[in-house]
Design a protein around this ligand. Structure first.
Ligand code: NI
Ligand code: MN
Length: 227
């Protein structure tokens, strides 16, 4: 699987000949390497309703006819915005798609949509593909059930480290100890001043305090997993 960071929590996952966009917040994202009007996708997966995650989903879905995968409440809202191709799921549920199996996992956070509609429960994402298992935590606090997610055998885990709205660097270290991924990728940091973090220092701590290898991605630079 080939993973490209689009800044913040947005990623492009390419696997099994399929392009999957995750949390496509591109407009207003200072690190986005591509404009919302240019990106192609077969699927879009949304972790929760906040503007920095649902982002350009409606526009991209209408233009590309990508299938948008989300929880039920966000799916209903997307239909009201004129997005016709949606696939609703909910926490704990798995489904097999062209790109592999996706399970929605718990996340401790909020999910209000940009117009104030209820976005249901926020989610994390567990992708099981032919080339490995990728966990995208979404926006979340640390929670001890990350140990159960770790039992799935993670090739890589994408964790927020920005603090203030999500777990910060200290709790991300504890999360890695529970999740035991081979590789840990930081996200949701330094997009805005309030979530500014020293990622070099974080990287050193991951090396010194956990068994995982840190992978600090550069926006727009594709990485093949497993590394
Ligand atoms: Ni959020
Ligand atoms: Mn967020």
């Amino acid at each position: 699987m080939i993973l490209t960071w689009l800044g913040h929590s947005a990623y492009l996952l390419q696997t099994a000949g399929t392009s999957v966009l995750i949390d496509p917040f591109l407009t207003g994202n200072p690190h986005a390497p591509v404009a919302a009007g240019e990106i192609q996708a077969d699927f879009i997966v949304v972790t929760h309703g906040h503007g920095d995650h649902i982002g350009d989903t409606v526009e991209i879905a209408k233009r590309t006819e990508a299938v948008v995968i989300s929880n039920h409440e966000i799916s209903v809202w997307l239909q009201k915005q004129g997005v016709s191709r949606t696939h609703d799921m909910h926490l704990g549920g798995s489904h097999r798609f062209e790109f592999g199996t996706l399970k929605l996992t718990i996340a401790h956070h909020g999910s209000i949509l940009p117009d104030g509609s209820c976005g249901g429960s926020p989610a994390g994402l567990l992708f099981r593909t032919r080339s490995g298992v990728l966990y995208h935590a979404g926006d979340t606090a640390l929670f001890s059930d990350m140990r159960l997610i770790g039992e799935e055998g993670l090739t890589a885990a994408i964790l927020p480290i920005g603090d203030n709205y999500t777990m910060g660097p200290d709790d991300s270290i504890r999360a890695v100890k529970l999740l035991q991924p081979k590789v840990v990728i930081p996200c949701h940091y330094s997009t805005f001043p309030i979530i500014e973090q020293d990622v070099d220092q974080w990287q050193e701590r991951i090396r010194n305090e956990t068994q995982a290898d840190p992978l600090v991605m550069q926006p727009g630079v594709a990485v093949e997993l497993p590394v």
